[in-house]
Design a protein around this ligand. Structure first.
Ligand code: PDD
Length: 296
């Protein structure tokens, strides 16, 4: 396996970062998780734009040329001969003396890891996953804004630990005002009789790229969509619940705490049209010119 580290590809065993890296010392950095289908990274521009946004919100400089980043992503996929891949791009503050001051680090550390995309178990989609509402609250927007996709993931990890202890797969976090926010690595949707609901960005969530696509597709499918503030009772009272992210796409939730839901039609339909959207995207990118690394 080849890893892209700073300006070059290196074998996995040599892909090492200093213990003085501020990503390691302080969780000071940002990242993106992407998914490649048949050699094409889905929504690459959107992910890179979000990386730039996260970096800018913490005053971190990422290589400014987007084409350079795209080439690095495709070069890493090519070096590993991967077409269906999990792609993680990480940028940390870099190597520097101990101390919080970001100016102690001169050069950010830049890493791309690609791995073969392992499908989630079929049962997750057929029967749904289980979730809890965690006691761990989502970070306040004016503490660590959840719109920063940062390496500082302890908030989510604490919620995940709670989920694991309860034998659940995902934890849904509330904000300090008692409104539903999101899962540890996913956005949350639920359906009432005729409305598809999801917490608004103002509740303190990462505005997931999958979430945005799903919202658009839902409108296209004729659903009424409501982004807003919801309580856990709204969630408990829902007809169906599902979560979304780049790797899981649209995944039904069969249970939140003690409340059970049917694996509903809405999640199934939206997953199907989401897959269609992915296929159209891949075809479009392939049709738009020579590939970056030659996936033909
Ligand atoms: N996580 N909310 C949180 C807290 C997330 O970490 C993620 C993504 C999402 C969904 O975002 P998107 O649809 O853009 O993937 C929402 C990725 C998958 C991760 O951490 O690896």
């Amino acid at each position: 396996m080849q890893v892209y580290l700073n300006n070059k590809l290196v074998p996995r065993a040599e892909a090492l970062v200093s213990v003085f890296d501020h990503g390691f010392l302080y969780g000071d950095g940002v990242y993106e998780t992407m998914r490649a289908y048949d050699g094409v990274v889905f929504m690459l521009d959107e992910h890179l734009m979000r990386l730039y946004r996260s970096a800018s919100l913490i005053g971190l400089t990422v290589p400014p040329d987007m084409n350079q980043l795209k080439n690095a992503v495709y070069e890493t996929m090519g070096a590993n001969s991967l077409k269906n891949a999990y792609v993680r791009l990480t940028v940390s503050r870099g190597y520097g003396p101990i101390g919080l001051d970001p100016d102690l680090c001169e050069v950010p550390t830049f890493v791309i890891i690609v791995e073969e995309m392992k499908d989630y178990p079929k049962t997750y989609y057929e029967q749904g996953i289980s979730a809890i509402i965690s006691g761990t609250k989502r970070n306040l927007r004016d503490a660590i804004n959840p719109q920063i996709k940062s390496l500082n993931f302890l908030n989510n990890i604490l919620a995940k630990i709670e989920a694991k202890k309860a034998g659940a797969y995902e934890a849904i976090m509330m904000n300090a005002a008692g409104h539903v926010t999101e899962g540890t690595i996913s956005n949350v949707f639920f359906c009432t009789d005729d409305v598809l609901c999801t917490p608004s960005v103002g509740c303190g969530i990462l505005d997931g790229i999958t979430r945005n696509i799903v919202l658009g597709l839902a409108v296209r499918e004729g659903l009424t969509v409501r982004e807003g503030e919801f309580t856990k009772d709204d969630l408990y009272g829902a007809k169906e619940v599902f979560i979304t992210n780049t790797t899981m796409e649209v995944m039904p939730v069969r249970q939140v705490d003690a409340v059970r839901y049917g694996v509903g039609e809405v999640a199934k339909i939206l997953h199907k049209v989401y897959r269609g959207e992915v296929r159209a995207y891949v075809t479009n990118v392939k049709g738009s010119g020579p590939s970056l690394w030659g996936y033909e």
